[in-house]
Design a protein. Structure first.
Length: 320
């Protein structure tokens, strides 16, 4: 890996891993719905500008697929993360985001699209979800299991559904920046439709405003382009390794900036989750035909907040 590639990966890990910190700060003056709308709108605006600079045009016929992808990959998880972080610390939210590959593998097994069901990969699923259980400790009164925690797991599952759908219907269907910009435009429309039902008054303060702007422009907009450049220059494997750093960054920032408590159980649970995710990524040896490098145009960052970042280190063809 080049020195510039290493700097990009470090910057991407910091930007993505800090998303949960910015959500926490934005919640000091804005409701989850308001944060979601602003985040989608600023991310869309950022990518629209970057698409124009790169000479990419918005798609004309993909809006039905884009609406579905926008719901599961942007509007729904963005909202659920903000809802969940009202009661769950930002560091734990970052760890739970890392479960996306586990949900992706479950969907892949169900649809028979993610390779064979091997004992090692099944073990990875069991280990990963055991780590989640360890973090929540539902058997203890002081455990973290709550509706907020379930919302965070729902967000991770939403990403997994989105990645499967986008892999079938959007990958390679146009300029990646323009397609992602269009997806966030659709997500802005979907989330704006919730504003009439949001009765939480906005009490914006400087911290909340700065946080939501950074979240939208950098955590949702520029991260896509940065991740795409890493995929192009260093390859998808290098880009995928960033996913393993996200929980570490989120936990560290939560403890250092927000003074969030960091129990030994949470640390061990995080390590177990990441170990499980690593096991699920172990695929059997491929044939010579399968080992041919993919076409560059096939790399599409599915989640624009993020990945085919699949949360903690899956294939990097996406959005988060």
């Amino acid at each position: 890996m080049t020195g510039r590639g290493g700097m990009r990966m470090g910057a991407l890990a910091l930007l993505w891993g800090s998303v949960f910190l910015w959500i926490e700060l934005a919640l000091t003056g804005l409701s989850p719905v308001q944060i979601t709308v602003i985040r989608c709108a600023l991310g869309a605006l950022t990518l629209l500008v970057l698409a124009r600079v790169n000479g990419q045009r918005l798609p004309r016929r993909l809006w039905g697929h884009l609406a579905v992808a926008a719901f599961f990959c942007n509007a729904l998880p963005f909202l659920l993360f903000a809802v969940g972080q009202q009661t769950v610390d930002s560091g734990v939210a970052g760890v739970l985001n890392a479960t996306t590959p586990l949900f992706s593998l479950l969907i892949g097994f169900a649809l028979r699209t993610d390779g064979p069901v091997t004992p090692v990969r099944v073990l990875g699923l069991v280990v990963g979800f055991a780590g989640v259980t360890l973090i929540f400790a539902p058997w203890q009164q002081q455990g973290l299991l709550s509706l907020g925690a379930l919302a965070l797991l729902g967000a991770a599952a939403g990403y997994a559904v989105a990645f499967a759908y986008m892999g079938r219907n959007l990958v390679g269907k146009g300029g990646p920046i323009a397609v992602s910009a269009a997806q966030l435009v659709a997500a802005t429309g979907l989330s704006t439709a919730l504003l009439p039902f949001d009765h939480t008054p906005a009490t914006p303060n400087v911290t909340a405003v700065v946080a939501v702007v950074v979240l939208g422009v950098f955590g949702t907009g520029f991260t896509f382009v940065l991740n795409y450049r890493i995929i192009e220059d260093e390859g998808p494997t290098s880009a995928a390794t960033v996913g393993y750093l996200l929980p570490v960054v989120s936990v560290a920032l939560g403890a250092l900036v927000l003074d969030e408590p960091l129990s030994p159980r949470t640390v061990v649970g995080m390590a177990v989750v990441l170990a499980g995710v690593a096991l699920t990524r172990l695929a059997p040896a491929r044939s010579a035909a399968d080992k041919r490098p993919p076409e560059r145009t096939g790399h599409y960052q599915l989640s624009v907040m993020s990945t085919e970042r699949d949360g903690a280190g899956g294939r990097s063809t996406d959005h988060r």
